[in-house]
Each structure stands twice: as C-alpha cells, then as structure tokens.
Design a protein. Structure first.
Length: 152
C-alpha cells in the first residue's frame, strides 16, 4: 500500500498546481530529480518483470504438481507491480494483459490443485510477451521494422 499512497501524494501535488498555480518546493525538487518519468516507469516495469522471470526460472511452473502457494502469491505480487509500473508509464496494453492474467493467478490462489500445464505455460510465457509490449511502447517502429514482410 506504500506505493498507492505515494501515487496519491503525487496526484494531490499535481492537482494543487492546477488549482493554485504553484508547486511546493519539495515537489519541485522531486520533479527535477525525476526528469524522465516515462523512462523511470519503463525501467521499473522491466525490473518488476525481471522479478517474475526469476520466479518462473526455477522451473516450478513446468511441474504444476510442485507449484506451491508461496510461489503463486509471489507471482501475484510481482504481477501487481508490473501492472502498477505499466499504469505509470501509460502502457494500457500491458495493463490489460496483466488484468487478464490476474484471473488465472487468482484462481490458482483459490485452488492450487487446479494448476495445469496450460495455466503454468501462460504464466511462464507472459514474461516474453510483456517484455515485447514494454519494448514496443518505448520504440513502436522497432517491432514493425523487425518483421520480414514490412521491411523495405
């Protein structure tokens, strides 16, 4: 919840600036320190995605019977962090993907025995797809120029 409060504070600062036309000194310093909020948000999203990659790297998602409740909860928290960072960076497509995957994760939290290879594969493949979405949001033309039928 600490991050949610931080977001609310920043929103209040922005609203204060809009209403009163001025920004407090601490807010000015914070804005000067974060000169590229989009770049910071993208870096945060990549860091959060690396956490998910570490979780699936140990192979527990390859064997659904060995999947523990702790691993599922850790994955869920990391997924929430990716979604939060995607929201700060304005990556709506990634936010929607996180929301869609959250349904599968919540079902696994409710009933770990419902884990199957298809669900675990979806959780594992999310890392690759999310990374592509992040990179596409940073440089949209890079995706199209890499396709063979689009090159000129």
């Amino acid at each position: 919840m600490r991050n949610v409060n931080h977001l609310n504070v920043d929103q209040r600062i922005d609203m204060t600036a809009l209403i009163h036309g001025k920004v407090h000194g601490s807010a000015k310093r914070r804005r000067m320190l974060t000169s590229h909020p989009l770049a910071d948000s993208v870096a945060s999203a990549m860091d959060a995605l690396a956490k998910i990659e570490d979780i699936v790297a140990d192979g527990c998602f390859n064997h659904p019977d060995k999947l523990t409740q702790d691993k599922i909860l850790t994955y869920a928290l990391a997924l929430l962090r990716v979604r939060e960072c995607a929201g700060m960076a304005g990556m709506e497509r990634l936010m929607n993907a996180c929301d869609a995957l959250a349904v599968t994760v919540s079902r696994l939290i409710d009933d770990r025995t419902s884990a199957c290879h298809a669900k675990c594969a979806a959780l594992t493949q999310f890392v690759t797809h999310a990374r592509e979405m992040i990179l596409a949001s940073v440089n949209p033309t890079a995706i199209f120029s890499s396709l063979p039928h689009v090159r000129q």
